[in-house]
Write a protein that binds this ligand. Structure first.
Ligand SMILES: [Zn+2]
Length: 313
């Protein structure tokens, strides 16, 4: 039984080889008066458990008596990936968030995506999908899509990313097909500053509810918000142990080109295998690694936005 003032149900997906039933958990928080339906999703990537706590706290803090409309919240989208603390679904090794809108006859991840598209997003007027940097990296920005401008701004992150070429197959796909506003918030990860990022996420969602008129109160935004359009994802070319050369305090800060961000060392010979440097003449740190940690070749190493393309929101 849920200890929250929500109605809890499970949307069936399939039966696993283990005999266990795979389902999508869904909390419904009904307001006393009419209004839009906001969808919230967490743990689409199984290695981003902080987002689950954001949803729990939002559902605890919103008073149904003061809510106009309905919140439909999925606290764990990919239970199998959550169980293994992996980004991808272990059974088919696919990234659920690259397989929307899914297919009822496809790989397991596609089947999960299809159930979400047809049984969850199909009920929404607005959708916010919560992410983190994963087990190791720490991140702080929100996406800015065509229909989401006011809501993305209201979330209250300092940096907004309007990609010229969005990733294909994300949760944005069923929202786009339905014609509703959608955005992704990226906050925290790496088990660094968890309390800060949980609070940031909860405040962000409450701001979205205010912006939609679903609860009363002023939207609280930081004094300066910046839109970036050019983002470099820097992936280590070799695996080993990453030694950060800039700290978590540099998240959101400007770094000059060629700044040494981190080094990959061999854990066997201790020699430096790779130096990772800032790519743009003026860059803004969007994702970084806050401690000494293992990296694989091709991991999300760092994300740096090109400050030359940055504009005030
Ligand atoms: Zn993610």
């Amino acid at each position: 039984m849920s200890s929250l003032p929500t109605h809890y149900e499970q949307i069936p997906v399939t039966t696993l080889a283990s005999g266990r039933e795979l389902f999508i958990p869904l909390h419904r928080l009904e307001g006393r008066s009419a209004g839009p339906t906001l969808g919230l999703t967490a743990v689409v990537h199984g290695d981003e458990p902080l987002t689950n706590e954001v949803i729990r706290q939002v559902l605890m803090r919103v008073d149904p008596a003061a809510l106009r409309g309905t919140i439909l919240a999925v606290p764990v989208v990919n239970a199998l990936a959550f169980e293994s603390l992996t980004r991808h679904t272990p059974i088919d090794q696919l990234d659920l968030n690259r397989n929307f809108p899914g297919s009822p006859s496809g790989w397991l991840s596609e089947q999960i995506a299809h159930v979400l598209s047809t049984r969850f997003v199909s009920h929404l007027d607005v959708h916010v999908d919560l992410h983190t940097g994963g087990v190791f990296p720490t991140v702080d920005y929100v996406y800015l899509f065509e229909k989401s401008r006011e809501l993305s701004l209201a979330f209250g992150s300092r940096f907004l990313f309007a990609p010229t070429q969005p990733y294909q197959g994300t949760f944005a796909v069923p929202a786009r097909e339905r014609g509703i506003p959608f955005f992704t918030a990226e906050l925290g990860g790496g088990s660094f500053l968890d309390a800060h990022y949980i609070e940031h996420g909860v405040r962000g969602v409450l701001n979205v509810l205010r912006q939609l008129g679903m609860i009363d109160g002023e939207v609280i935004r930081p004094p300066q918000q910046t839109v970036v359009t050019d983002m470099a994802v820097i992936r280590p070319r070799v695996g080993g142990v990453l030694y950060p050369e800039i700290g978590l305090d540099q998240l959101g800060a400007e770094v000059p080109g060629d700044t040494l961000l981190g080094r990959v060392l061999s854990p066997y010979t201790f020699e430096t295998l790779e130096e990772i440097r800032a790519p743009f003449e003026r860059g803004i740190m969007i994702l970084l690694r806050g401690g000494i940690m293992r990296v694989n070749p091709g991991d999300y190493g760092y994300m740096v936005a090109n400050a030359a393309t940055a504009r005030p929101a």
